[in-house]
Write a protein that binds this ligand. Structure first.
Ligand SMILES: Cc1cc2nc3c(=O)[nH]c(=O)nc-3n(C[C@H](O)[C@H](O)[C@H](O)COP(=O)(O)OP(=O)(O)OC[C@H]3O[C@@H](n4cnc5c(N)ncnc54)[C@H](O)[C@@H]3O)c2cc1C
Length: 483
């Protein structure tokens, strides 16, 4: 069918990013009747545990702690509203660590790697069961996650990945799909072969975050929104967390601040914040049917600045890409929320990967930070003699693993010798990243090189030697980043 493209339609260009909360969060808040935030911290108080950060990690920690140690006095501090950060604006790709199994096996051996991957696998069905149990309709659909080769001019088989998983004792967790099979999931001339993870599910991310908040309030957790913790320090045998309006003295503190972590003393060289941006189309259920994309599969391409896309219950496409820039130090500013250049790039990727939808308009655009460690894998552990616990470094894959991190953090608080608190990655530290401003400048150069390399492959060209060198620089320096 020949379609004429009406370029005068304003929605062909998405709204300016950063002007409002994400589509997901607005939808979830509207369902709740747009409630007021909880009261900000004011004055001095005491608790058993203070959790800093009201995203999935902080809230799952509070939930598992309330479950395993009823009566624990938990205070959660969130600078915005719960779910106001990436937990309320991500792509909603929910899965564990099957793709990480070869990395885990290299680091910790096959047995411990499998143990960790199975524990991470729980997050999918565990989240679904939790939502059912608590009446949270987070649009859970378990229809798999398909990574496609978006450089069809360079055919790619996934034999190495598949053989590696089979060897490690997890055959079937990833499946190779040929081009025809990929086309049956979603028809696009830009897609080549694919790698399917059948166990993955999609969710409406903000509905999960807000559901967690509701359930925690019902369970008696004290939540202070609009409260930015300034510091957490040892005080005698306990800890004190200070915020502008007051302070809380507690036995233990959990730092669940995700991409804000490089702003905290002791964590400045542990992670790098990077921008990821998304757009939301208008409802197009008929067009999805034309593509055959009606079962809710999650899709992504296999670039470093990954494009990820999925459908919604009302027939839209939420499409994102890790095309933002790196931040400087721990500052999470407008780079992560207001970049028009990043949104233009997301739209260009959308048009490139789904050319049959060139006339489809957008109703929303937003961005947020993701946090990347040297190995692109989370760090979870304790400091200050077991009084401060942390988890960060989900690298754009935290929607699921943050639940496992919450289970682990709750165990570290309550019973550090619990087997879940001894899972392979717990307590392990990765290489430090270069200090600022070297990190900032280096990350910007590498990002540019990676984008140019991808563009060259798109055009069927071989990237120039300087671009190739810059794109490989992190690997040459021993980081698990870049191509
Ligand atoms: C655009 C985008 C798309 C993504 N897509 C996916 C996806 O599809 N699948 C996936 O698995 N992951 C995805 N991610 C990553 C995922 O959102 C995160 O890994 C996950 O939400 C991490 O949860 P968290 O609770 O650790 O962090 P967050 O949700 O960031 O929560 C941390 C909270 O701490 C608060 N905070 C920070 N500093 C302070 C302070 N000093 N005092 C008080 N509060 C503080 C912040 O306001 C924030 O709410 C995406 C991220 C982005 C930005």
């Amino acid at each position: 069918m020949v379609r004429t493209i009406d370029v005068s339609r304003p929605t062909l260009r998405p709204p300016v990013p950063g002007a409002q909360r994400s589509w997901w969060l607005r939808e979830a808040l509207a369902l709740e009747g747009d409630p007021s935030p909880t009261r900000a911290l004011f004055g001095e108080s005491t608790a058993d545990v203070v959790i800093i950060g009201g995203g999935y990690t902080g809230m799952w920690t509070a939930w598992f702690l309330a479950e395993r140690a009823p009566g624990t006095r938990i205070v959660l501090l969130e600078q915005d509203i719960c779910g106001g950060g990436p937990s309320g604006r991500n792509g909603g790709f929910l899965h564990g660590w099957w793709e990480q199994l070869p990395y885990l096996a290299r680091q910790y051996g096959t047995e411990r790697a499998l143990e960790a991957a199975h524990a991470a696998d729980e997050v999918v069905d565990g989240t679904s069961a939790w939502c059912d149990q608590h009446g949270v309709d987070a649009w859970f659909v378990k229809s798999g996650y398909l990574r496609v080769n978006a450089f069809p001019k360079r055919p790619r088989d996934w034999d190495v990945e598949l053989a590696s998983l089979a060897e490690l004792g997890a055959p079937g967790q990833l499946l190779g799909l040929n081009r025809e099979e990929v086309q049956r999931v979603c028809a696009s001339p830009a897609f080549g072969e694919g790698l399917m993870m059948p166990s993955a599910a999609s969710i409406q991310p903000a509905r999960l975050a807000r559901g967690l908040r509701r359930v925690l309030l019902e369970r008696g957790v004290t939540i202070h929104e609009g409260t930015a913790a300034l510091r957490a320090r040892r005080d005698g045998t306990g800890m004190v967390v200070e915020a502008p309006g007051g302070k809380v003295t507690a036995d233990q503190v959990v730092l669940a601040v995700n991409a804000w972590i490089p702003g905290w003393p002791g964590f400045r060289t542990r992670a790098l914040a990077w921008g990821s941006y998304m757009v939301m189309t208008e409802p197009i259920p008929g067009r999805l049917a034309e593509l055959g994309w009606t079962n809710g599969e999650l899709l992504s391409d296999s670039r470093f600045t990954i494009s990820y896309f999925r459908t919604t219950r009302d027939g839209r496409i939420a499409f994102g890409a890790g095309v933002g820039a790196a931040g400087l130090g721990g500052r999470i500013g407008r780079t992560f929320t207001h970049s028009q250049a990043a949104i233009d790039r997301v739209v260009a990727n959308f048009r490139h990967l789904l050319p049959g939808l060139a006339d489809v308009g957008f109703e929303d655009a937003w961005g947020g930070p993701i946090d990347i460690t040297a190995d692109r894998f989370p760090e979870i552990g304790s400091r200050h003699g077991g009084r401060l616990h942390y988890a960060y470094g989900f690298a754009g894959n935290g929607a699921g693993p943050s639940r496992l991190a919450g289970r682990i953090l709750a165990a570290l608080v309550d019973k550090p010798d619990d087997p879940i608190a001894r899972l392979a990655p717990v307590g392990q530290r990765q290489r430090i990243l270069p200090p600022e401003p070297i990190r900032f400048i280096g990350a910007r150069i590498v990002r540019e090189a990676l984008i140019r390399e991808d563009d060259a492959h798109d055009a069927g060209r071989r990237p120039g030697p300087l671009v190739r060198l810059a794109a490989r620089l992190p690997k040459l320096l021993g980081y698990r980043l870049g191509h």
